[in-house]
Design a protein around this ligand. Sequence first.
Ligand code: AMP
Length: 450
Amino acid sequence: MDSFKDFNISNQLQYAIDDLGFEKPTPIQVKSFSVILSGKDMVGIAQTGTGKTFAYLLPILQEMKFSKQVHPRVLIMVPTRELVLQVVEEVEKLSKYLNVRSIGVYGGANINTQRQAVAQGADIIVATPGRLYDLVLSRTLQLKSIKKLVIDEVDIMLDLGFRFQLINIFELLPERRQNIMFSATMTDDVNTLIQDFFITPTTVSVAISGTPLDNISQYCYSVSNFYTKANLLVHLLKNKELYNKVLVFVSNKRSADRLFEVLDEQFGYEIAVIHSNKTQNYRIRSIENFNKGKTRVLVTTDVMARGLHIGDISHVVNFDTPSFPENYMHRIGRTGRAEQEGTSLLFYTEKEQEAKEAIEVLMDMEISRIDFPEEVEVSTRLTPNEQPRDDEPRSAYKKRDESLGSGFHEKSDKNKKVNPGGSYRRLIAIKYKKPKTRGDKNYNKRNKKK
Ligand code: AMP
């Protein structure tokens, strides 16, 4: 599909697009349009810059009928005030020749002004969750007419701790509605939210290529536990000439802080950590210092690292093995940019072995393994997560949190299924339709060469 004409959009939308000077839809726009029009729940995996905002606005505006109704029909939730303003601006641009009323509401601004605006009536509300909830509780805003819910940048939203605010809002929405969600990265938290509240969603993504760049050398170490990984990292970082600009990825804030404690003791000012519990100023300063070479090592979570523009990274260290293989591709893509050579290291425990193999399946190559250095001490200290527990089956996906009460709408058949636990590899095999086991993979490779 090469042209907006293929969407059969209204003349009014086409004129607005012409005014914007857009010649053809972006890939995420092409993929999302018919799914959203069909009314199905949708999960879009796309980063900022892919045209994702218009990907959901186009079909929504295409369908929107003129109305004088006070209560909004479309709710778009985003994590920050800046994004509210940006999305409202995009709605305005696209609805230039349409009769659509949109309002942005967000915290940190006068609530009375927003109350008055909302009372005038709107078709589309763009909101941060906290302020939206306040407006609903004070009965200024009613959500009973919402037909479509869009949650944008949901990974950031969950990383900032908005899960319960989101769930509170879900409870106030009509059961019959379309859910649309966009996220740049797939995380366990995002996946849990989808499992709990979406009805057989169609996933649409501008797939990150599983083909790693040639100029990135990839190695992995099999390591027994968190603190042994920390010992290994300390050992490697002692070579300051080689490890001169190192980005270390961990999957959550707790691990980030825990690792920082160890590294800080050894290297002090050479190390910085960023995650969503750090203040914005601290984060900006840390990134600047890292960029300028003042700090040598930056520890970060996947979500926080999004949108960072950092050049000349010598090493990306995957301190945790990402459970979603695409995140590994995002991570290692931070090094080896602009023709430069880069190195990626992956530390995996026995528990993470399956996730590592899933990454290898995605790339269709094995990561070279380096033997664990003898001189590095193997730690017996365990993190709370690593303490043995005998009540939990091993599962890649978290179970539904029963404390949340009954769902606010009937679950789809798929979501009613009980997670049997078991092999992550099985899930990956279904997802990628690739070889199920390493044995199969080698078998396939051998066959390919024939
Ligand atoms: P987003 O990913 O939604 O943040 O969009 C990134 C930028 O791409 C925005 O400035 C949009 O105005 C622009 N954009 C969206 N769709 C198109 C398109 N089809 N062609 C060219 N630019 C676009």
